[in-house]
Design a protein around this ligand. Structure first.
Ligand SMILES: [Mg+2]
Length: 248
């Protein structure tokens, strides 16, 4: 722990995994024990852990799953009870179910994890009816819309990657300037609001790319290649400045 100088805080799907370059990045990180890795993912813990291991990525300093609903600490992946308690405080799956029960064109598609309720939505009319119903029921929540699958996920209000990362870095006593973020999709958006340096990989969604602050590099490379490219730049340039700053 004492040797950690930098943190790579990264999304998994589409960023670390799925577009090539996984083994190059894993090798680079294996040679740089001064870089700790925090994984921020929409996946569940078991699922994310399996992917990390399959690609030889380092054990996490911490991992936020379900887009930040849960925080686990590495290397043994024990859950952060304090964080889970905060999520639980205003999270009521029963009220979500009640609000959406009977909304035409909306059907419960299962619980993909402890925190995530998935609903299949027939069309945009049904989507807007679902959103209205949640507001009317006064349910405190956050929704994620998957346009390709016509699926609406309902998660706790505090389930945000950026919020989880801030909590993790505070606990680790790591400053924002020491952290480099990487992502590809809209649920990485709150990591890229300018608090941290970072990279948006080439395969990322356009909508996010339009609103990037200058500390976020748009990589010409996809997936893990993009992360490696951006991370190297970060370590070469701002790192030099910051090292002198920290020397005192
Ligand atoms: Mg992703």
């Amino acid at each position: 722990m004492a040797a950690i100088k930098w943190v790579l805080a990264s999304d998994i799907d589409g960023t670390l995994v799925g577009h090539g370059g996984e083994s190059e990045l894993a090798q680079f990180l294996a040679q740089r024990p001064d870089i700790g890795v925090v994984y921020l993912t929409g996946r569940t813990r078991a699922n994310a852990e399996m992917l990390i291991r399959r690609h030889g990525y380092p054990d996490p300093l911490a991992m936020a799953t379900d887009i930040g609903a849960d925080v686990y600490w590495g290397p043994d992946f024990h859950v952060d009870e304090n964080w889970a308690f905060q999520q639980r405080r205003d999270w009521s799956p029963r009220r979500v179910m009640r609000a959406l029960d009977g909304v035409a064109g909306v059907s419960f598609a299962g619980r993909s994890s402890h925190w995530r309720l998935a609903f299949q939505v027939r069309d945009y009319h049904a989507l807007s009816a679902a959103r209205t119903a949640l507001v009317q029921e006064g349910v405190v929540q956050r929704t994620l819309w998957d346009e390709d699958e016509m699926r609406l996920d309902v998660v706790p209000r505090g389930a945000l990657k950026g919020r989880a990362l801030k909590y993790i870095l505070n606990r680790l006593n790591v400053r924002p300037q020491q952290c480099f973020v990487a992502g590809d999709a809209e649920n990485d958006g709150d990591l890229m609001e300018g608090r941290y340096h970072g990279v948006l990989v080439a395969n990322a969604t356009i909508r996010l790319a339009d609103q990037l602050p200058p500390v976020i590099v748009r990589s010409p490379y996809e997936g893990a290649h993009g992360v490696l490219h951006g991370l190297r730049q970060f370590l070469d340039e701002p790192a030099a400045v910051m090292e002198t700053e920290y020397a005192g």
